[in-house]
Ligand binder design. Structure first.
Ligand code: ARG
Length: 268
């Protein structure tokens, strides 16, 4: 995670960002800290990367890299406003104990667009990550990659439209995907939880599951009910200040998967 010390909305690279809307770094920090403390209270090992002045979106750590099997593919950002974040991640991972660390060749916004489910990686494109990045990820990690096309600009990263809940379970908002991608998802995940427009619009899918607890934006009440019915424990989080930049729970969290693992946390 990355503390939002320099959080602000000074430019617009997604439909949520309006630099004329006032933002409070203080409120953002307090909301982020509650999310951080929630992870710690659940027993998770949270590591922090130092925020860099002038990079207000750095709080969205999910975009920094993809980490699977102890290997790290650092992001290559699409927009010039975020390009310099990659150097901070290269440096951070370079100081850690990872079997391989390198930067992606093609535009690749990390876990914003690449999500592990089971042994596979679901990959988004349409707004941010380059389609060629999907092949690069397949080669680098030696895992199968399922390409999905995003079509609604409000849901510009895969992790704003789809969340992984467990080994084979996901939840998603169908209308965020192209017709062909909706068919792929329906076939692969016939039992998925489907979000409605209202829950998707409050970023309810920008959620993080450890297989049992699912932390999601508090306003996504319909999803919380569905999760509860499936035996998950939904935990509401209030990140409304960060939503002004187009991010929430999952965006703030990059999952670190060690050697021999496609999931960060042991099955609870
Ligand atoms: N303002 C950031 C951007 O547009 C938000 C990133 C949200 N991150 C995510 N993983 N969806 O790039």
């Amino acid at each position: 995670m990355c503390r939002p010390t320099h959080f602000d909305v000074t430019y617009s690279i997604n439909p949520w960002m309006d630099p004329s809307t006032p933002t409070s770094t203080e409120v953002g920090l307090a909301q982020w800290k509650r999310l951080h403390d929630m992870f710690v209270d659940l027993g998770h090992d949270v590591r922090l990367i130092e925020p860099v002045p002038g990079l207000p979106d750095m709080v969205f750590a999910a975009n920094g890299a993809i980490v699977v099997d102890g290997k790290v593919l650092v992001a290559r950002f699409r927009h010039p406003q975020r390009v310099d974040e990659a150097a901070a991640y290269l440096d951070w991972f370079g100081r850690g104990d990872w079997s391989e660390v390198r930067q992606a060749e093609y535009v690749n916004e990390g876990e914003g667009d690449f999500l592990c489910v089971g042994g596979e990686i679901l990959a988004g494109s349409g707004f941010r990550s380059d389609l060629r990045a999907h092949d690069e990820v397949r080669e680098f990690f030696g895992r199968s990659v399922v390409s999905l096309t995003l079509v609604d600009p409000r849901f510009y990263h895969l992790d704003t439209a789809l969340a992984v809940l467990g080994e084979r379970e996901i939840m998603y908002y169908p209308a965020a995907f192209s017709q062909g991608s909706q068919e792929i998802l329906a076939e692969r995940f016939p039992d998925a939880i489907l979000a409605d427009e209202a829950d998707a619009a409050v970023f309810g899918l920008n959620a993080l599951s450890d297989g049992r607890n699912v932390i999601l934006p508090r306003k996504a009440v319909g999803l919380a009910t569905q999760l509860d019915e499936r035996g998950y424990i939904p935990l509401g989080s209030d990140l409304t200040e960060l939503l002004k930049a187009g991010g929430s729970v999952k965006c703030c969290t990059l999952e670190l998967r060690g050697e021999g693992s496609s999931r960060p946390w042991p099955n609870p």
